[in-house]
Design a protein around this ligand. Sequence first.
Ligand code: G4P
Length: 534
Amino acid sequence: MLDRADNQPALPPEIGRRRTFAIISHPDAGKTTLTEKFLLYGGAIQMAGQVRAKGEARRTRSDFMKMEQDRGISVSASAMSFEFDRWWFNLVDTPGHSDFSEDTYRTLTAVDAAIMVIDGAKGVESQTRKLFEVCRMRDLPILTFCNKMDRESRDTFEIIDEIQELLALDVAPASWPIGMGREFLGCYDMINDRLELMDRADRNVKAASIEMKGLDDPLLDEKIPPHLLEKLREDVEMARELLPRFDAQAFHDGSMTPIWFGSAINSFGVRELMAGIGNYGPPPQVRPAEPRQVSADESKVSGFVFKVQANMDPKHRDRVAFLRLCSGHFTRGMKLHHVRTKKPMAVSNPVMFLASEREIAEDAWAGDIIGIPNHGQLRIGDALTEGEDLRFTGIPSFAPELLQSVRAADPMKAKHLDKALTQFAEEGAAKLFKPMIGSGWIVGVVGALQFEVLASRIELEYGLPVRFEPSQFTSARWIAGPKDKLEAFMKVNKGHMAEDHDGDPVYLTRLQWDIDRVERDFPELRLTATKEMH
Ligand code: G4P
C-alpha cells in the first residue's frame, strides 16, 4: 500500500480536492489519447472528438497555425476542468511543439504536478527529457504513465532503469504489466492488490477488475496463463526487492515518480492513473511571492496570469488572460486589485474551461484556472489580489536565442505592424525590441519555427504580409544598474541599445565577447538572460 501524502496542511475541502496538472510527453506517445480518456471518465465525452482533431493537426508540422484557424479547439484545450470520483481536476495543456519552451515553462508554473507519458517501446525520448528538465527546475511531482503496452514494448525493468538513469529519478511501480504486445492481458495493481484485465474488444468499456489476496491468490491461476503468471510473480518479487517503495515525501519533492502501465487507446490503466493523481497528487501548493509566500487556504483571493491568448475571436480584438488562482474562493463579479497598475478590476465575465465549451465561471477556488477576457490590461506575470501588493515570483521571461528584424511588405502599414507586434509581445509569443537608433523592430524568439508562426498569425489576424530578415544582432541581454551608470553606458553604446515592450533597457550584440567585456568593464551593471515578469 502506498502512503498517502498526509504531510499536507488541512485545506478547505473544495481546495483540498483540486488537482491541477499538465501532461508532458514526446509527440506521438499518446498525450491526446490520454487526455481524451480523462475527459471521457470525467464525464465530458463530447470533448473527446475535439481533442482528437487537435491530435491530428499536431501531426502536420504547423500544428500551431492550424490550431490558430480554429481557436475554439486550442483555447478550450488550454485548460480543462472535469470531475472524477471525489476529485476536481484542472488539466493545463502544454504547447505541443518543442520550439515553445518559454511558453511551456510558464504553463508549468501554473500546475502542481505533471504526468509524464512515455511510449513503452521507445522509453524516454528527447522531448520528454527536455520537458522533464523544466519540471525539475520547479521540483514538480511527476506521475509516469507508460503507454502502448498493447504493442511490443521494452522489458519493464529496462524502462524503469532508463527513467532512473536518464532522469535521475527514483521509480516506484504502482502497477505491473502482464505480458506485452499481443499477449498483454492487463496489470497487477501493486497498490491495491487487484488484477486489472484489459478488454480488447471494446476500447471504452471498463476493464475487469478483480480483488486479489496478493500474488499467491489461486484466482490468479484461473485468470492468467501459467507462463505469464510465472513471469509476473517473479518480476513483482524482484521489483519489490530491487525498486524503492513509493514514498509520498520523495514524490512531492520531485525525486521519485510512481509509474503505471497501460494502453490509453484501450482506456486501460487510465482510471488507476486518475485515482493515483487524486489520492497521491498534491493539492494546490504554497506559491512563492514577494514580499511573502501565499498559501492556498488563505481566505483572500489571489492569482497570477501565466498565459495570454489574443484574437480568440478574429472579429473582436479581445484577449483572454489565464489566471491561476493561488488562494481563496473567487466569485463572479468580484472586484480585484490589479497589482501592477494599482487599479481595481471587476472580473465580471470570467471563463472556466469545463471541457466541452467555455462557460462563465460563477465561482472558482485556489488551484483553478480562470480565463479573464480583457482588452490588454492583463499581462503575463500580473497578479490580482483582494488589495495586497503581492508579486508572484518564478515566472521568468527568457532572453531570445534568435533575433530578426521585421518589416511590413507594404511600408504604409508600419503602424499596423507596430500594433500586431506589441500584441504578440504582450501575449508572450515573442520578444520585441525597439532599437534606440533607427526605425523598425527587432523580434526575438526561442525557436526558429516561431518566426513562421508569427508571420502566419500577423497575416491571418491583421491581414498584413510581413518579412522577417536577418538582424545585425544575435544576442539580447537585459541590463540594469544604478541610474547614472546605466545612462552613461547607454549614451556611449547607443548603437547596441534597445527597449523591450515594457520599456526596460536591453543590450543587443553579435558577440559573446561583447557581453563579457561589458561585464568586466562595467561591474556595477548587470546583464541578464532572464527577467522576472512583473
Ligand atoms: P500525442 O498527442 O502524444 O502526439 O499522441 P496521440 O494521442 O495523438 O497518439 C499518437 C498515436 O498513437 C495515435 O495513432 C494513437 O492512436 C496511438 N496510440 C495512443 N495510445 C495508444 C495505445 O495505447 N496503444 C496503441 N497501439 N496506440 C496508441 P495514429 O495512428 O498516429 O493516429 P490515429 O489514426 O489513431 O488517430
